[in-house]
Design a protein around this ligand. Structure first.
Ligand SMILES: Nc1ncnc2c1ncn2[C@@H]1O[C@H](COP(=O)(O)OP(=O)(O)OP(=O)(O)O)[C@@H](O)[C@H]1O
Length: 752
């Protein structure tokens, strides 16, 4: 009879995943008096030499979940059947000097120990194997030995010769695994084997466990070592076979475990995950196999590799239970049949090679899983339940797309952001008695720069449109005023967003100026009324009017904030309130007008214009104001409405620059004459300098103190730099004294 393994072994690459449904126990049958429970709700279908699928009927939901495995054995099939079909073919390889591994995996009480170890009466696979190998090795003139170990909480202990030290997993120079401290007991007969194995596994406890007596959930293993000298090649032939009875998989989320137990289960599950990841990686022919995750996988490294043959038995209880379904689902993910499918689908995923779209050939579900191996986490253990099968990792990757909860979260925060803007607006409305204005050059420059950059952004992304189309949204407009309309991500288009950003910046900008040290109150000075701005901008050209318009806008905006009763920056008295967006749009249009006008080399920029205005503002603010000054200073908390009204500009005044930006008003005729003569002197000096920069050599030589040498030198300087003389001090380079310079200049200018 051809074994199922031999049929499918042609395509077998890594670890074969085989299911085994154990028979019902008497206790399980007796629970249901009518015998209903004995009718298994687990069903399986097999395609000889291909695969088997295990299905769980979920009667509550009326659906059936199927998981694909390499093969599956039913309740009626005995351990002998399994040995004949699955293990016997393996033993041939072991006898030839290769390694083999048989692992029993599944939920608690699913029949793992029974399958591997069995009992005297019902021998398990290990006993059957040794019964087969031992006579063969003796025939070859070789010897056999066994080692038994227990793996508790990721520590390995020797069961046959218990010691204080735990067994260490080490690698030799050729990267072969050495288990330092694990004893090897020679076996010459089956009875010796039974004695050592059954006593070692069932009776004897490792020394550490006796003292601590904590861990009860452990993996247990039996390694059969065989060696003989091949008579043909005269070489030593060594083979190993590892039978592993894993601790039962338990879902930590389902039951309430005590703390030490929970920690123990978590450790067990972690190692199971690591093992299945290794199996996955092998079955997917991955280059990296994650052996180093746990001691279990490190220990099994020589048995779970491409040169060794391995079978993972997934033991199943006959009645469906959550742990069994988890276990078979995880095993199915590692199954090579599905992994072939996965390999095909990976090709189509070019964007992210780590993410593979999954679709179980059986249940047709899709999912996104991480092909890279991660350390398993407790929370992830339960999350794989009833998901699509087939991945190179049993770990799930966080979905790339946003879940509803995440979307809600993000919407919440974006709404929060907008409401923060609104609350800032409201705060401004109710902020009480403070009056504010932009009153320093720096502030205006900053604001100018901000607005220029903001509007230039708008210019690029936001071509001029009809005013009414600019800020349309679902709800007529997306506006901040009065907090009536709350813009959200959903109902604001990008254009509105841009304006909103601008509005936010604008408000932030003004918020900054709300700060105490930037405010003009009764304590530290008067607010700057509009008329000063108007005066400062009077007689300017159209462009300057535009800029002053902007300034007026800003002042209006600030002046609106002055109203301690209304304190509504966006509302006017007796009419519908223009929105901030409308105001900003107006400013935007004015700025655009200003920016599209042809500008000469000397045309001042908006910032420069604003700086000019700032200077004027400074001048006004620094001027001492006496009682007769027509500008009323509002008391703190009271708005001076008079200052809001348009005023006839005062007569122009003469100003004298006193270094930097400080101006001084000139009142007496003497002051005015002095100021004029100073200006005249400066212009005469400029005339002299331009003469020196342009006169011919002959003309230069006619000047006092300029001879042949100096004239040639001046010409040389002019060849290097077109205008070498820009200030009086530059003349000192010619080696002239002050007296000589004065004489030279009087010659140029002639007598007055
Ligand atoms: N093939 C079988 N025929 C009859 N009884 C079986 C078979 N397999 C398992 N059993 C019985 O089922 C029970 C549980 O089996 P076993 O102890 O092997 O499970 P386990 O998965 O090793 O449990 P644990 O995870 O607790 O070690 C035992 O009483 C065992 O006798």
């Amino acid at each position: 009879m051809e074994t199922s393994r031999s049929k499918s072994s042609n395509s077998h690459r890594g670890v074969r995943i085989v299911g085994k449904i154990r028979p019902f126990l008497d206790s399980e049958v007796s629970k249901a008096p009518d015998g209903e429970s004995s009718v298994s709700q687990i069903s399986m279908s097999r395609t000889e030499g291909e695969f088997a699928s295990v299905s769980f009927a979920d009667q509550a939901n009326g659906r059936k979940d199927s998981y694909k495995l390499d093969w599956c054995y039913g309740q009626e099939e005995t351990t002998g059947d399994i040995f004949f079909r699955e293990i016997k073919p393996l033993l041939e390889g072991i006898l030839k000097g290769s390694n083999g591994c048989v692992i029993a995996y599944g939920a608690q009480g699913s029949g793992k120990t029974q399958l591997i170890q069995g009992s005297e009466e019902n021998p398990g696979l290990a006993l059957m194997a040794i019964s087969e190998i031992l006579p063969a090795v003796e025939e070859l003139g070789g010897s056999m030995g066994i080692s038994c170990y227990e793996l508790c909480q990721d520590h390995i202990y020797d069961l046959l010769e218990p010691k204080e030290q735990e067994v260490l997993v080490m690698e030799d120079a050729s990267r072969r695994i050495k288990l330092k401290g694990l004893s090897q007991v020679p076996i010459k007969s089956i009875s010796e084997f039974k004695k050592s194995y059954f006593y070692g596994c069932n009776e004897r406890k490792p020394l550490q466990k006796v003292t601590n007596d904590v861990a009860i959930r452990c993996h247990r293993g039996l390694i059969m070592h065989l060696s003989y000298v091949d008579k043909e090649s005269n070489k030593l032939c060594m083979g190993k076979m590892n039978f592993v009875d894993l601790a039962g998989y338990e879902d930590t989320k389902r039951k309430n475990f005590a703390k030490p137990t929970l920690a123990e289960i978590v450790k067990v599950n972690k190692s199971l995950y690591a093992l299945l990841n290794v199996v996955c990686a092998l079955n997917s022919s991955e280059t990296y196999i994650p052996y180093r995750e746990t001691n279990l996988t490190r220990l099994l490294q020589d048995f779970l590799c491409k040169t060794s043959a391995a079978i993972l038995f997934t033991c199943l209880k006959p009645m469906p239970c959550q742990d069994t379904m988890h276990a078979v689902c995880l095993a199915s993910r590692s199954c090579q049949v599905v992994n072939r499918y996965r390999c095909d689908t990976t090709k189509s995923n070019k964007k992210d090679p780590r993410i593979v779209p999954l679709c179980s050939p059986i249940n047709g579900r899709t999912g996104t899983l991480n092909a890279s191996v991660k350390k398993p986490e407790r929370s992830q253990l339960g999350s794989v339940e009833r998901k699509g099968c087939g991945t190179s990792s049993v770990m799930k990757k966080r979905p790339q797309t946003l879940s509803n909860a995440q979307k809600k979260h993000e919407t919440f925060w974006s709404e929060k952001k907008v409401s923060r803007v609104l609350s800032t607006t409201k705060e401004r409305k109710t902020s009480g008695t403070k009056t504010s204005t932009i009153n320093s050059e720096k502030e205006i420059c900053v604001l100018g720069n901000q607005m220029e950059s903001q509007f230039s952004k708008l210019e690029v992304n936001d071509p001029v449109e009809d005013d009414h189309t600019v800020l349309k949204s679902n709800d007529d407009r997306c506006s901040i005023p009065n907090g009536d309309v709350v813009p959200t991500n959903e109902n604001c288009n990008p254009r509105e967003g841009a304006v909103l950003d601008l509005a936010t910046d604008f408000k932030l900008c003004n918020d900054t100026y709300d700060h105490k040290d930037l405010m003009k109150t009764n304590d530290d000075g008067p607010p700057i009324p509009n008329e000063v701005v108007s005066t400062a901008n009077k007689n300017k050209d159209h462009k300057e009017d535009t800029v002053s318009g902007i300034t007026t806008e800003l002042n209006l905006y600030n002046d609106e904030n002055k109203d301690d009763k209304e304190q509504t920056p966006f509302s006017d008295v007796g009419g519908p309130s223009p929105t901030i967006t409308e105001k900003l749009r107006e400013i935007s249009n004015k700025l655009r007008l200003a920016s599209v006008e042809p500008t000469g080399a000397n045309t001042p920029t908006i910032t420069e214009k604003l700086r000019e205005i700032s200077n004027s503002l400074k001048l006004a603010s620094e001027k001492p104001i006496d009682a007769s000054t027509p500008i009323d200073r509002p008391c703190k908390g009271h708005m001076n409405m008079e200052s809001m009204e348009p005023k006839t500009p005062r007569a122009p005044v003469y100003l004298r620059l006193e270094g930097g930006c400080r101006y001084e008003e000139l009142n007496t005729p003497q002051d005015i004459l002095q100021a004029r003569s100073t200006g005249l002197k400066k212009s005469l000096v400029q005339e002299c300098l331009s003469f020196l920069n342009s006169a011919s050599k002959e003309e230069l030589k006619e000047l006092k103190g300029i001879g042949e040498k100096r004239a040639s030198y001046i010409i040389e300087l002019r060849e290097e730099t077109p205008e070498p003389f820009k200030e009086m001090d530059d003349l000192k380079d010619l080696g002239l004294s002050s007296k000589q310079i004065r004489g030279m200049m009087s010659k140029i200018l002639g007598d007055f």
